[in-house]
Write a new protein. Sequence first.
Length: 480
Amino acid sequence: MITVKNLTGGYAGGEVLKGISFEVCEGELFGILGPNGSGKTTLLKMISGALNFREGSIDVEGRPLTQYSPKQLARMMAVLPQHGEQAFPYSVKETVSLGRYAHQKGWFNSWHDEDEQIVQKVMEQTGITRLQDKSIVELSGGEKQRVFLAQALAQQPRILLLDEPTNHLDLSFQKELLDLLKKWAAEEELTVVSIFHDLNLASLYCDRLLLMENGEVLIVDTPAEVLKEERIKKVYKTQIKNHPHPEIAKPQLLLVPEADGGHDADFKIDARFLDVGQDRIVLQSPMNLRTMSSGITGAGIGWHSSFVHRVVPMEYDCSDHKAEMAEYLQENGFLPSETVGMMTAVPAETASYQLFEDGDLSIFIIVSAGNTHRDRPRNINTWLFINGKISEEAFIQSAMTAAEAKISVLNELEGSGAGSAGQSAGISTDSICIAAIQQGESIAYAGTATPLGKLISEGIYTCTKEAILKYRSSKAAFKH
Ligand SMILES: Nc1ncnc2c1ncn2[C@@H]1O[C@H](COP(=O)(O)OP(=O)(O)OP(=O)(O)O)[C@@H](O)[C@H]1O
């Protein structure tokens, strides 16, 4: 659809673009990225024919751009510039109607029903119908942006060139606009070339991305390839982390602010923060911990500061235990959004907890265990607090290492096979929460042969065994 070859040129002051080459296919949503001043707008101006280039070529539908008359070009492509400005106080509808100019033979007396219908349709699609009689000078930045987008769409172009289209738009209209462009690209084969400053939006919506640096193309590829953490850090000269989107397979980049340096280097989670009551065990951390858990609240991966292990009666039965747990937390002064919450019928006093240390490495473990006989539903809840900065691999390996240690206790106390899936109790309602302070030395791995893994194995073995034995000798064991 658009073929750019060796494009070179700029302004009177000097060359901005140096040997740019790429192709955009029909119906593609193509994003242009790059730091400030890298030449994105200059490139878009050249593609739209607004700025001449010195060397190279731009072909649109197989024909050199320079061979199109201005009117032919206007029927082919529409441009939404970065700062839509309007010199005259036209009404919204009049401004949108200007988009029909390229399709008209004369100007004043050739307004047809079709033009009216298209203008009404695009005003509706961009959510500005109710503003149609207002003067454009009375609109907010976001409303103006929609009007100029409607004007561009009224042109019914085959190619839409956009310079930061979501600038000024609120979150829901950003999404609406890009959903709309994506739909038009797919259904009406509209080709969209757009500059983005928001790399995450570009990742979510674009088929391919072109990343520019100092007037040159660094890479043209899919979002997953272009938005690699190391590349973006280098080009934008800033700290970022790449994190997959939770719902769709697209990368998302997160800024990492400078650390405030205010934390205590010797900080560790231990029994000082634990409160074992009659009906719950609470660990309240003074700061948020990175968590991976299967708790009722705070499940999955997140950041939490309150850890609540709530003891409920054996006959507890609730159709919506998540909602009921959230209510319980709220009533008891815990914010559900900051809390990992688990439930158990096992008495709090039978839980086992201990700090395990090996040199600078330390972990704090709490285990509550009940009904650990083969023929009954089992409930062992494990909390593992790691006083270190651990990788994502180490989170997963910690869970594996902890599970292995727990099973070896079950096998020891109940005979071989007790911990395996088919053999053990009808249902296992076990939960785990791993929480790391994410400060200090980085720890890459937590498999059984690593220092952290060894500490976890020892700690989980010790606490699980003690918790089971305490539970068995308690009155509760006879009742259950
Ligand atoms: N009209 C102009 N005359 C002279 N130089 C210009 C003109 N417009 C832009 N430039 C220069 O060209 C270079 C590239 O600018 P351009 O606007 O293309 O960058 P950009 O990547 O779109 O930047 P931004 O992200 O800040 O919008 C910059 O150094 C800029 O100063």
